[in-house]
Design a protein around this ligand. Sequence first.
Ligand code: AMP
Length: 161
Amino acid sequence: MIDAAVEQLLRQDPKSYVIPAEVVANVTATNTLEHALMVLSKVGYTRIPVLAPDDHLQGLLALSDVTDNLLRVPGAAVENLNQILVSDVMRPVTHWVDDPTKLEKILNLLVDEPFLPLVDDQMIFQGIITRREILKRVNYLAHNLNRQYTVTPKMIDTPAN
Ligand code: AMP
């Protein structure tokens, strides 16, 4: 369980830690890997969501999924990636959230995931929650906890002689 005071401060403004879908770089399952490589190198991220034309979240694409295919054939040119679709190599989405205020789940999952997709109850993509945005909230918490709460230690350590 997250401490109530910590939770209240962290989720004071859940919008502040959700990057909205409109500004999240993505590809569609029917894109070629050549196109996906262009998108990934332009945005500089190593993993981005794969969306259906109706914005359903379908999977995740990592840069390594593309480069593995490029390196599989010695001397292969980037044009060869035209023969392979994102749907051929994308990974399933194993972790996501449907409520940005579920902080306990978000914090636990972000230990191992660099970002979490946020979806609605129909799996329509709403945005992402990244480690960086959550760390900004933790930073806010660290600087504001004692402005809003009185924090008193339960036990006072006595220095060892
Ligand atoms: P960060 O915590 O900012 O380093 O972001 C963690 C990961 O989230 C990045 O490595 C990307 O995979 C993903 N990410 C962050 N921002 C975006 C964005 N605007 N579009 C697509 N993916 C993003």
